[in-house]
Design a binder for this molecule. Structure first.
Ligand code: IPE
Ligand code: IPE
Ligand code: MG
Length: 252
């Protein structure tokens, strides 16, 4: 593992990594356990990866923890996940604070049970002055939900005369998204072998490098994070230009 870490070019660490933490249910089933057992073990991976990112100097880490569509899962799983969320926030806030990590939330917070809203509000407040890693939890989040909300906000401001349609550009749209304070992710990781975005950060992932691994989320550790970053560093990010142009633009 140390040798993987040594291979990472510390001058080219992605500023923002986004992760679709998938495969908890399958992991649990493989152990003959119920799905909540998998979610419970997924929390250990969250701890490990948050620590790994903080050590590497990653500035923003967005974790997809619960999607708008996940509300349609069996009630027992949803309530189990919400309890786990409250429990984890309560237990981990002190550690986040000690490590100078600032918690952030994107998504439809109003949909969350009151206990979760309260625990989150407290943790956001306690960690608000921390200047290290910004840990962004996507909760009751989906890219389409976020875009609809942004469009409503823009339409309202046009109606109020605060904004004129011809001045709306990509920057304006960005400002109305939940992620207005954060740069776009450079690297998006999805675990557990699915090759899809599942309504995650639709606007923001436009030019992200996508990395898919078969490793199930409860098994995902720093070693796997390093592998993803090394893979990212081996890619040429062209942003629509030619390889030759990019090689001139970025001196080795
Ligand atoms: C990801 O694991 C966690 C959440 C979506 C909350 P899943 O629960 O989706 O696990 P699989 O995909 O069924 O294995
Ligand atoms: C995406 O995983 C959402 C989260 C990881 C929170 P899902 O398991 O819900 O996605 P699908 O249903 O396989 O697309
Ligand atoms: Mg899944």
């Amino acid at each position: 593992m140390d040798s993987l870490l040594e291979q990472i070019d510390t001058s080219r660490i992605p500023r923002h990594i986004a992760i679709i933490m998938d495969g908890n249910g399958r992991w649990a089933k493989e152990q003959g356990q119920d799905r909540l057992f998998g979610h419970f073990h997924g929390v250990e991976s969250v701890r490990n990866i948050v620590e790994g990112c903080a050590e590497l100097g990653v500035e923003f880490l967005t974790l997809y923890a619960f999607s708008t569509e996940n509300w349609d899962r069996p009630a027992q799983e949803v309530s189990g996940l919400m309890e786990l969320l409250v429990d984890t926030i309560r237990k981990e806030t002190e550690t986040l604070n000690r490590n100078n990590i600032r918690l952030e939330v994107i998504g439809d917070k109003n949909m969350l049970p009151e206990s979760a809203q309260k625990a989150l509000a407290e943790s956001l407040d306690i960690t608000r002055n921390n200047s290290g890693l910004r840990l962004i939890m996507a909760l009751s989040y989906s890219g389409r939900w976020e875009l609809v909300r942004a469009i409503r906000g823009i339409a309202t401001d046009v109606q109020l005369g605060k904004l004129s349609p011809e001045n709306i550009d990509q920057e304006t749209v960005k400002q109305y998204l939940d992620t207005s304070d954060f740069p776009d992710p450079e690297l998006m990781i999805r675990t557990s072998g699915e090759y899809r975005i599942s309504n995650f950060l639709l606007f923001q992932l436009a030019y992200a490098e996508l990395y898919f691994t078969d490793t199930r989320w409860p098994d995902f550790r720093k070693k796997h994070l390093y592998e993803a970053i090394l893979n990212f560093q081996s890619r040429e990010r062209r942003f629509g230009k030619t390889g030759e142009q990019v090689q001139v633009d970025t001196p080795a």
